[in-house]
Design a protein around this ligand. Sequence first.
Ligand code: ITT
Ligand code: MG
Length: 209
Amino acid sequence: MTRKLDNKRLVIATHNAGKLREISALLAPYGIECLSAGQLGLPEPEETGTTFVENALIKAHAAAKAAQLPALADDSGLSVTALGGKPGVYTADWAERQWFEGDPGRDWYMAMGKVEGLLCEQGPDVDRSCWFSCVLAIAWPEGDEAVYDGRVNGNFSWPPRGTMGFGYDPVFVPEGREVTFAQLDPEEKHRISHRADAFAKLVAEQFGG
Ligand SMILES: O=P(O)(O)OP(=O)(O)OP(=O)(O)OC[C@H]1O[C@@H](n2cnc3c(O)ncnc32)[C@H](O)[C@@H]1O
Ligand SMILES: [Mg+2]
C-alpha cells in the first residue's frame, strides 16, 4: 500500500521558482509546511533518467535523503507530436545546454524558437498539437515512494504571448482555448494544467478519504 504523508513538513525538491510557486499554491489548502530545496541549500541532482518518472524519483529521493524529511519532486516537459514527442524529458535541457552550457541562466525564448524552427521546416500545414506532462513523486527518507502523473493537451503557437507562468507557457494554447498558459491567471492554469492533473491524483490518495 502507498505510504501516506504523516508529516506536515514537506520538502519541495525543485530549483525552478515557477514550479515552486505553483506547487506551494496547490498545496496551500492542505496545511502542509513547504520547505524548498533552495531554502535548505540542497544540491541539484543530475537528472540521468530517460523518463519523467525516473527523473522525478531521482530528485525526490535525493532531497528526502539529504533533508531527512519527505520530499515532493516534479519532472515535467513539453512533447510535440510532429517532433516525435521532443523535447519531452529534455525540455529543460533545450533551454539550458543547447546554447548556454555553463551559464546558469536559461533562455526560454531561444528554446521555444528552436521548437518553432523545427516545426516550420515541416511546412505551413504542420501538425502543431503538443502536450505537457508532469510526474509528481513523493519520497520518504526510509526509501518509500509514490508517483502521480498528469497531462494536458494543446497546440504550439507562435509568437509567444503573455507574461504569466514560466518556461514554455507563452507558446502553449490548451485545447479548447484561444489564449496561452502565460495569458491565464494562475488559478485558471491550476484548474487545467498537467501539474494540476497529477496533483488531483496525489490529493485523492494522500489527503482523500
Ligand atoms: O528539475 P527542477 O529543479 O524541478 O526544475 P527544472 O526547470 O529543471 O524542471 P524539469 O527538469 O522538470 O524540466 C521541465 C521543463 O519543462 C518546462 N515546463 C514544465 N512545466 C511547465 C509549465 O507548467 N509551464 C511551462 N513550462 C513548463 C519548463 O521549461 C521546465 O524547465
Ligand atoms: Mg530539472
